[in-house]
Design a binder for this molecule. Sequence first.
Ligand code: ATP
Length: 871
Amino acid sequence: MGSHRNALVAAVRQELAEARGAARAVLAAAEAARGEAQNRRRLVRDAYATCLHQLAEARDAARRDIQRRYQHESARLATNVRRLAALSAVGAAGTPWRLWQPTEPERGFRPGMLRVGTLALEDAAAVPALVPLLDAAHLELSGPPEAVDGVIMGLLLRALGSTRPGDVQLTVYDPEHLGGTLAPFAPLGISFVGPGGLGALLDSLVEHICRVNETVLAGEYVSLADLTAAGARGGVGPRPEPWRVVVLLADAATAAEMTASQRAQLDRIARTGVTCGVHLVVRGLTLAEHPTVVRLTAAGGESATCDMTGDLPIRLDGPPPTEQVTAFCRATAERMRAGPPPARLADLEPAELWAESSAHGLIAPIGDSTDGSLIDVLLGDDPPHALIGGPSGSGKTNLIYAWLAALSTRYGPAELALYLLDFKEGVSFARFVPGPRDPSWLPQVRLAGINVNGDREFGLAMLRHLGEELRTRAQAAKRHDATKLAELRTEDPTGTWPRIVAVIDEFQVLLTGRDAVADEAVTLLEDLARRGRSQGIHLILASQDVSGIEALWGRSSLIGQFTLRIALPKARRILADNNLAAAVIARHHAVVNAEAGAAGANRIVRLPDAGDRAVWRSLQHRLWRARPDGCEEPRLFDGDAVPRLPAVCRPSGPVPDAAAPVGSSPGAVLGERIDVAARPARLRLGRMPGRNLAVLGTRPDEACDVLAAAALSLAAQGPAHFSIVCLDPDATRAAARLIAELPSADWYDGLPELPFLDIPHYVLGYALDAGADQGTLRRLLADGPEQRTHVLGWWRSVARLRDSLGGTGARLDPIGAWVALDVQGADLAPLYPQPGGPVWYPRTRRALFFDRSVHRTPEVIIPYEVNSDHT
Ligand SMILES: Nc1ncnc2c1ncn2[C@@H]1O[C@H](COP(=O)(O)OP(=O)(O)OP(=O)(O)O)[C@@H](O)[C@H]1O
């Protein structure tokens, strides 16, 4: 029993122990699991916290990035908008009041927007807030009247200050203050409309719109803005119609009293006004819905909104200071009284360079009329030629500059060729050709003559050249069966037939005197004037000298062709006798008359100042850069410049081989011919009797230059021997320089018996009258040429030449050619076929060249400068 109990106890104990053990094990496992779970939970929490942290960081970084990008973008956008605003509202249209001043609109100006305030942008500097008006919109403003009136005042000042005086006409309907609201604008002569005048005002605006549509736009243009932009008026001068800005400051009664028909008229104006330049600026009335209506609402204080700027709030500018408005209006009224300022040289330029064809004529403005519109002048079949007159200082040169600027910007070098000659003592045409400081030239200029007052022969040369051109054109016209230039150009489209304009300032110099030059000049001028009309050759003659013009009056066939007359102030005899306009016009004006000066055909032109060199240079540079390939430099004849012996006339190359063939009649170059091509004058020295040259006169430098040019040019042409005979110490230096440059030469202090050689032999005698052996000299002169030995000698007078050939009664036949320097024409009689000698009045650096075998009359040449570049 006891053991059974013991056993039972033991068993129970055993079981309890086991159960305890099992429970402990379970507990331990559970605790382990719990620890595990807790551990996992901690890990998850940590991970979560890390994750949250990382997310927060990523979010912050993204936010910062977005903010940075936003700021960058908005700053960029704001800068762009600001730039755009600056372009859209230039000068007076956009400058803040403290810097404000009126701005003169540029050529081809199109009105932009007007500033009313600034746009408050977050994180970016303020951007101007702009609204459109002229050529673009009507404005409807609402809000507290004082704020709105300030905006209107500012808008009007900006619109007026950025356009020309008179281009904006202002009308104000102000029943509440009877014009007091915009009183500072009163000096401009604005129309104030009283309380009962609204209906009439609206009716007159509607009528005006109808008239503009009917007569100004005439179905050809959509709007006045298009008409102006199309350059129908060259984009300059006054608009065809001024803008009409109509300010309606309605009070409470206005809206209530408005009739249905007034409302309808207002709506019509809102719909159609902008294209006709009528703009409403309205406070206190609602305008009809239309794309051209812009609405601005002032919210009190400085803030406003506008449908142009959407939700962006506008910070309105204050009104402009009253004294600023008054000062501006007074100054503008003053300018309006004085009329528009004269056109500038730049105003004569066309919208596009070289876009015109000269087939039917040359049309170009030379200035403007008092209302600012440009005045065109035509050269073509009728009138073909122009005569300009006016006393010294009246502005002829200035007028020619202006005309040339207008022509040369319209017609390219293929359409227009200019020949310019100035007989004044001055260099007025020098600016058109390359000079030491400016390599540019006016591409249309083919020839310019300056300082030609002493060289009427050059004028003649130019007329001869034009005469040749006339003949060429006449022949081409005949070939193509054309009667005028336009037809020739159609028939011969590949030909180059520019219109030619020859300008001769102080032309009377060419015609004065009863000599061969004057006679030939008149004949050539008559021919050019008569036939040039149909061949596209036009003459512009200018003179300050009444007698010069009277010289023309005496030649009715000539003057009759000059139907275009331009008279400067106080010009005489240019217009018809009963036409006194030139006596009364003001300075810098001209009378243009295309009916030979007949009274009743006058147009008064204000001439721009075309004298400014810098302005001209910049224009010329533009044209010069645009010149076509192959456009050649013009030929410049400067009467004051001494031409240098051309390099090709010097034996600078290899010394010709003695065995080389000798030309049959080498040509000795004596000087430059006064002609268009600047060719050298040559004396042919063939194997014929009399082929010797006498240089006559007492100017050693020029005589030495003539001999040196002759010798050097002969040496450059083939093998030759030279004998230098120098009998005058004054000439020794020049002769020594010459011998140094000659390939084969001997020096003699007296004239020896010289042998005849196999090659040409030239005996250069300096001062042969100073003791050369008469017998030897005569033999040499008589027999030499046929043996290729020629004497080129300098004698100081004709009498001395005669003495050295045997005295009174000596025959001068061996002297076949001569160059006379300071020898009077009468003294040359013994050497000249006609009795009395040639007409010749000696002048510096000019010589008279006569070669018995080729000349009918002698020729004026310019002795080359030979030695300035050597010592
Ligand atoms: N339209 C103008 N506007 C401003 N200045 C002008 C105008 N026309 C001429 N002038 C000035 O008047 C002066 C004389 O003009 P210009 O040399 O053209 O006269 P001119 O008749 O050719 O005189 P001259 O026959 O003595 O040479 C110049 O200084 C020129 O700049």
